[in-house]
Unconditional design. Structure first.
Length: 191
């Protein structure tokens, strides 16, 4: 750890400018998820690498879904989806889903995933995932301008073990980081 002005200046000098489109590699907040949707007889799965918890009660999650994504119209029309949490065992399926369009194929069939009926929404969950979060559209005021959806999680399920599954975190350019070691620092007031 630098402790003199000279050490601090040297540490700062080692910094190098990065291209702005690479900023996400440092700031992506959470694990890659698979978002499943359905409208009418059509269903789809998309990969999402960015989402954010916005509130605890009710449980609100925000995310951007590009208008060019096949899932966008299904999700927009139905006002619901399921956020599914895959683990490293599903890496090949995640890559395949992210590299294809639901307009061209049924991704459940193409990647050997099992659609599972949900309790509160019509979209199917993915049985092979570690956790499933059924979502209803809570706020769409930013969809038109930014494609930003705010979801309320209305039902949630997770496998009891492992407590901390190996999840994927996308760093860009086909590079994933696997969730690392767990550090516990329990203190009063922490949620």
């Amino acid at each position: 750890m630098p402790n003199t002005t000279h050490d601090k200046e040297q540490a700062m000098a080692r910094m190098a400018a990065i291209e702005l489109d690479r900023v996400r590699r440092y700031l992506e907040p959470g694990p890659v998820v698979l978002v499943s949707s359905r409208h009418g007889d059509e269903r789809d799965i998309m990969v999402m690498g960015w989402h954010t918890v916005m509130e605890f009660t009710p449980s609100l999650v925000g995310c951007v879904i590009a208008a060019g994504n096949h899932s966008f119209e299904l999700i927009r029309a139905s006002g619901e989806c399921v956020i599914n949490l895959p683990t490293t065992t599903l890496l090949d399926a995640v890559l395949g889903i992210g590299s294809t369009s639901g307009a061209d194929l049924d991704k459940f069939d193409a990647f050997g995933l099992t659609p599972e009926a949900c309790e509160q929404v019509g979209a199917p969950a993915i049985a092979e995932c570690h956790a499933q979060f059924e979502c209803r559209l809570h706020d769409d005021s930013l969809v038109e301008r930014y494609n930003f959806f705010v979801w309320e999680v209305v039902a949630a399920r997770a496998r009891p073990a492992p407590a901390h599954p190996e999840t994927l975190h996308y760093k860009g350019d086909g590079t994933f980081m696997v969730s690392g070691r767990i550090i516990h620092r329990h203190r009063a007031g922490l949620k």
